[in-house]
Design a protein around this ligand. Structure first.
Ligand code: HPA
Length: 244
């Protein structure tokens, strides 16, 4: 089953005949909707909660990924708003990330050690699943939606935005975009054997790259058009593929 993990901008996105499910996991409770899209049953998880109450560092990533796995999710397409750092990631552009750098601190980032499983050092050389990435790219191609097929996502702790110097350093590190939620989400998915792809939509230039002050309320209003396009794209991915 496909799971969609969505964040900022997707608060009003809903499935048909949706039912909210709450799963008790060893790491606390997590809720998501089960419903239909293009006739296919899928799971939709609003990682900040439907009322967007949870800041990036408060999201129960371990409970959320565990709950999806326990409910039969095999593939996750995660959506993430980002600040762009490279020309390809200008505001309004879409990128399917192919690499990630983790700048977060203090987040619970592994299942090993707590669950009754021997510690494993997962291979994370390529953090995103290539076959799932290809499905998203194929759907984008069919709809003539331009999705850049590579990019390094730098995940910061937030909730504050970055300083200009932090962004400069991230660019030197090789980041193309910055967001706050893909880690530890992507690594936990890998630990659980869930195929995971990260579809990013740029909503602003990262701090210090343009003269304007970053205003997250303004950014939110400019998200709406991107979100409409992304919902079309997700529908097409689901129409073209059977996730079992
Ligand atoms: N920084 C971090 N996260 C973000 C940004 C940003 O500039 N824009 C959207 N999410």
């Amino acid at each position: 089953m496909l799971g969609l993990v969505v964040g900022s901008g997707f608060e009003s996105f809903e499935l048909l005949e949706a039912q909210t499910v709450t799963v008790q996991t060893p790491f606390g409770k997590a809720s998501f909707d089960l419903g239909f899209c293009q006739g296919q049953k899928i799971a939709l998880l609003h990682r900040h909660g439907k009322d967007h109450r949870l800041a990036p560092h408060q999201i129960p990533y371990k409970a959320q990924m565990w709950a999806l796995k326990q409910s039969g999710v095999t593939d996750v397409i995660a959506l993430g708003s980002v600040g762009g750092m490279a020309a390809e990631n200008a505001p309004g552009h879409f990128t399917l990330a192919d690499q990630i750098i983790d700048y977060t601190a203090g987040r619970e980032s592994t299942y090993w050690g707590e669950v009754n499983m021997p510690c494993q050092h997962i291979d994370f050389t390529h953090p995103f699943d290539e076959s799932l990435r290809q499905k998203v790219l194929d759907a984008a191609h069919s709809l003539k939606i331009f999705v850049y097929n590579r990019g390094t996502y730098g995940c910061t702790q937030g909730p504050r935005l970055e300083t200009a110097a932090e962004v400069k350093r991230m660019i030197m590190d090789g980041c193309d975009m910055v967001g706050m939620t893909a880690m530890p989400e992507a690594a936990l998915a890998r630990e659980l054997g869930i195929r995971y792809a990260l579809l990013c939509f740029s909503v602003n230039w990262a701090a210090g790259l343009v003269d304007e002050k970053l205003d997250f309320e303004l950014i939110k209003t400019s998200m709406d058009r991107s979100v409409q396009t992304l919902v079309r794209l997700l529908n097409e991915v689901i129409r073209q593929n059977q996730f079992v």
